[in-house]
Design a protein. Structure first.
Length: 336
């Protein structure tokens, strides 16, 4: 099988590395507008990689494609690939990208091909966690997602714009726009990330979660930000972002009913955001090649069996933690 990765930044390069080590994949085709960087990534990944340099007149001739380019480019690239009968996996977390990608559903069903939308760290892994956790409930009526950290420079820029944009909250069957940077909440992530102040932002998670939880009356998403982030969110980025962000984390909180009891469940994951996003995208692609992903254009959570997907993801090094509410108290010293 041949798989293309379009965009070889922090997330795309990690996804390509995962694919190179997958027996199901014979050739990984790499595309990027930065020719020197493209060649460098290709050389580091070994002989099963084929580099295609710009200009690109057609979609790559492959069985599946991962789109890991900056936001705004995903819908056109996905449509072009779909016209060639190629399965598509997009890692974009942009609200506009996600909206436009979801409009490809009829075309994808007609061609019997999947367009996996939001197959990254968040959205992506967060949505799968929410669906997996929902099995412990009879009814889920609230889903709250939060994330900390960024992947590469493109991800950092998108998050900078997201903080200044309009957030979408789902409340009582209606979409409500909120001001980005508002709604401060202290949220605890798995260590070593720990507690972070999180705020509303232009995040795509609710768009993909609401269809999965028709009984939900509240669905929200927040991202961690510092005081400097909020002060400069409406200005150009003052400093260039790092090539790859540091430790990242995601947290999913579900609230609902089990019998007559009101229940709360919290799931979390800690990893470098680019590493986790690359692993999720690569695994979604392998599942698509194996015919384990449904046709159509939908979020990752609605296209995979969540428990099996998380188990396969754990084999690739990304593991999930469950908060059980039990404090970890160190033992008392023995009396002398």
């Amino acid at each position: 099988m041949r798989v293309a990765v379009i965009g070889c930044g922090a997330v795309g390069a990690r996804a390509a590395r995962q694919l190179v080590s997958t027996a199901r994949v014979d050739t990984v085709v790499l595309r990027d507008t930065r020719v020197d960087w493209l060649r460098s990534v290709g050389e580091s990944l070994g002989p099963s990689v084929h580099i295609e340099v710009p200009p690109y007149r057609h979609a790559p001739d492959v069985d599946a494609v991962i789109i890991a380019t900056p936001s705004g480019t995903h819908p056109a690239l996905a449509r072009s690939a779909l016209e060639r009968g190629t399965a598509v996996v997009s890692v974009s977390d942009s609200i506009e990208d996600v909206r436009l990608l979801l409009t490809l559903d009829d075309e994808a069903r007609r061609r019997d091909r999947p367009v996996v939308v939001g197959a990254g760290f968040s959205p992506g892994l967060t949505c799968v966690l929410a669906r997996h956790g929902a099995r412990a409930f009879d009814t889920v009526d609230e889903v709250h997602v939060a994330k900390a950290g960024t992947g590469g420079p493109a991800c950092a820029r998108q998050h900078h714009h997201a903080l200044a944009g309009s957030a979408l909250d789902w409340r009582d069957g209606v979409w409500i726009r909120r001001r980005g940077g508002s709604g401060r909440e202290l949220i605890w992530f798995p260590e070593p990330v720990g507690g972070r102040d999180c705020y509303r932002a232009s995040l795509a998670d609710p768009l993909l979660l609401v269809p999965e939880f028709p009984s939900a009356t509240r669905v929200t998403a927040r991202m961690a930000a510092t005081r400097r982030d909020r002060l400069t969110m409406r200005l150009p980025m003052l400093m260039p972002p790092h090539a790859e962000g540091g430790p990242g984390a995601a947290r999913v909180e579900l609230r609902g009913w089990r019998g007559t009891s009101r229940e709360v469940a919290v799931y979390g994951v800690m990893d470098r955001a680019a590493v986790a996003a690359g692993a999720v995208a690569a695994l979604a692609t392998v599942w698509a090649l194996d015919g384990r992903v449904r046709s159509g254009a939908r979020g990752l959570a609605s296209m995979v069996e969540p428990g099996a997907f998380l188990a396969d993801l754990a084999d690739r090094g990304t593991r999930v933690a469950v908060f059980d509410g039990t404090p970890r108290v160190p033992p008392l010293p023995e009396p002398h």
